[in-house]
Design a protein around this ligand. Sequence first.
Ligand code: AMP
Length: 199
Amino acid sequence: MNAASARLLIVGPQGSGKGTQGVRIAEALGIPVVSTGDIFRANIKGGTELGQQVTAILDRGDLVPDELTGDIVRDRLSQEDAAGGFILDGYPRNTAQVGHLEEFLASRGEALDAVILLDVPREESIERLTLRAQEQGRSDDTEEAIAHRLDIYEKETAPILAVYGDRGIVDRIDGVGSLDEITERITAALRARGLTLAA
Ligand code: AMP
């Protein structure tokens, strides 16, 4: 497997550190991170039509409709920098979105190479998100929205792992430890799949 063609998904509960680790892994492999949450937040900040459509949804901690999210992801993955691989962060988030992504990738003769699951206990996620709320003031880091987002993760997102698990592409990574330790665990798992940059 050519490392430059790594097509990855990083999954974990909110506060698992998947955003941070996604960026680190993307840099190491020379591929872009495609984060739906970041795309929505950039549009909200920029006051675009999409931003206006999704502001209230994000603030409540609900999911943006699948159709809209799917269109955005397909557009983003069609850009040139994603042709050689990418790491998806925050998409797919339910089994319907898995179907949409699979269909899109299959139409290009592609498939995901690995799914990195960052495993963090719910209590730890809540602690980290509460800290982030104090530091960054994200509008969806209120106590209520945090609990709601974690519920959606457990009910709707965790089941997508069964689909990818059946395919043998899930790497479960212990998400508790230092940033460097966790990056090394992920890198080792990818290396074991032959997904690594030549030294
Ligand atoms: P995140 O930064 O991944 O935690 O995403 C922040 C918010 O963006 C979520 O709480 C949702 O409102 C929205 N969002 C991000 N990704 C998706 C997705 N795949 N499907 C629906 N909504 C999403």
